[in-house]
Design a protein around this ligand. Sequence first.
Ligand SMILES: [Zn+2]
Ligand SMILES: [Zn+2]
Length: 381
Amino acid sequence: MSQSSSSFRDFAAHLLNYEGVLIERIEPEGLELLAPVPVAQVLQIPELARLGFGMELPAHAERVGLESDWLERFGHLLGARGQTARVTLPVALPQLTNAGRVVEHTINLQNAVYRVIGVTPAWTRYLVMLFRVTAFSDEKRDGIVKLGFNLSNGSAIDAIADELLSHAIETEGVNDASPPLPAQLPSDWTQTQLKSRVARALPERIDAHLAPFLKGMQRRLDRDLRRIHDYFNDLRTESLLRLRKQLAAAETETTREHLRLEAIAREYAAKVADLQQKYALRVDVVWSQTLEVVMPVQRVEILIKRRKGERKITLDWNPLARKLDIPPCEYSYTQSPVRMVCDDRLHLISPAAHAPCASCAKAYCRACHPLQCPKCHRKEG
Ligand SMILES: [Zn+2]
Ligand SMILES: [Zn+2]
């Protein structure tokens, strides 16, 4: 919580500063602003204002959180500007002395062996994309989901995205680093490649992001279902008791009680349906920003061997996070690190992307066959 609220404060400070607002950091986790009139109008605040980002607010501060409409207000301020930015981080690049050990700690290949061939200093481009996720159910929840790739090899960079973002925010504005030549950088992905990779990678991150919200929702739903069940169960028990007593009595009486029982059952079903509607989940996902970070890395070249096949891959070691990227799953771009190597083309894939077909049980590589099972032609998804 405090991690995300303080990075939100940093984001706000950076943005407001850029818009010509005088800012001062105040504690706990706040900002004091002196804003030009147009900016104050867009943000719907007085020219002199205090904002609070944490659980505890500074005196006279307005609360700013991801759950409030403040993302929207900042969005208005940004307009279409600032949706994509490129930052070069001129970080000193230390030697990677024990590459073998670093690789051993990172790489987890279930069915192949590998050998480190060499390490060379290189430049890379990381994309960090921010998506705004809004979940609507009985409650509404707003949040930001990050998704990042190393453009050189497609590694998912969830583990270092925060670090890249915060360094990029600090560095912007003092960016006089001599950028590398375009030839030294990995090339752009096509729009189609980027779209398909984002489409495969994003659901996993959204699920993880929404898990606590869904858990809370499930708890409330269970509680409401239990309450309704108990209520109607009591009605039904009473009705049954009356029925038993009336069995000896007139037939019209028992018919009426039967009708009442049916009505109770119907009403119970309707209440459960209402609840299902109340707790139905809708999730909106909107891309909001992409930051490209250009920086030096140590590029580790690795030879992968599977049966008679061989394939060279590279993994980048990031000097800021002092971490080696995980090998990409060339189908799902998952952040979980275990990989298999496929027989035909030596793709790197997660075990889930090499799972048995749901209808014929043949295990196959989804990177080789993204659309359907090669044996029985059952369509994927
Ligand atoms: Zn394959
Ligand atoms: Zn099949």
